[in-house]
Design a protein around this ligand. Structure first.
Ligand code: SF4
Length: 156
């Protein structure tokens, strides 16, 4: 199972370029970012994110066109089941994943339209910093520079 923090679910405009994104915070993070900005997400907090939750969250936030998992948890099979549900039940909604790892398995990369890789290192800055070590990929293409050109305020 993967868990999310319901009260932190939000619609955001900065995390994925040109998308109205419904973002859910996933706990049980297996990252080890030296400047972790949300250390409580490394704990076993929240409630299970089920396909029914995904359906309800999308229905409650009409108009979103991207579903973003902020973190991947510790259960890759459950993560892939959520991605598969999104693809099958909500084909018009892009699937996005923020991982704190430097790389993810090919099946995880393939399950999402957008994948962010790289630990958060405060000295290098987040995605909107040209010195960032983090990268956002769209179907394998590095689109990180779009954050720099547009001046988006992604600060994760
Ligand atoms: S990905 Fe990194 S910054 Fe985000 S919660 Fe995990 S350790 Fe912290």
């Amino acid at each position: 199972m993967i868990k999310y923090i319901p009260e932190l679910t939000d619609v955001v405009l900065e995390e994925i370029p040109d998308k109205v994104t419904l973002a859910v915070e996933i706990s049980n993070c297996r990252g080890s970012c030296p400047g972790c900005h949300t250390p409580f997400l490394q704990q076993d907090l929240g409630v299970e994110l089920t396909p029914e939750d995904v359906d309800r969250l999308i229905a409650d936030n009409f108009g979103v066109n991207c579903f973003l998992l902020l973190g991947e948890g510790r259960d890759p099979e459950a993560l892939l089941r959520i991605a598969a549900h999104l693809r099958e039940a909500h084909p018009g909604i892009a699937r996005a994943l923020y991982s704190g790892r430097t790389e993810v398995e090919p099946e995880i990369q393939a399950a999402f339209d957008y994948v962010k890789l790289g630990p958060y290192i405060a000295a290098l800055g987040p995605l909107n910093s040209p010195t960032t070590n983090q990268r956002l990929y769209f179907h394998g293409e590095d689109i990180t520079a779009r954050f720099w050109h547009k001046g988006l305020e992604n600060n994760r």
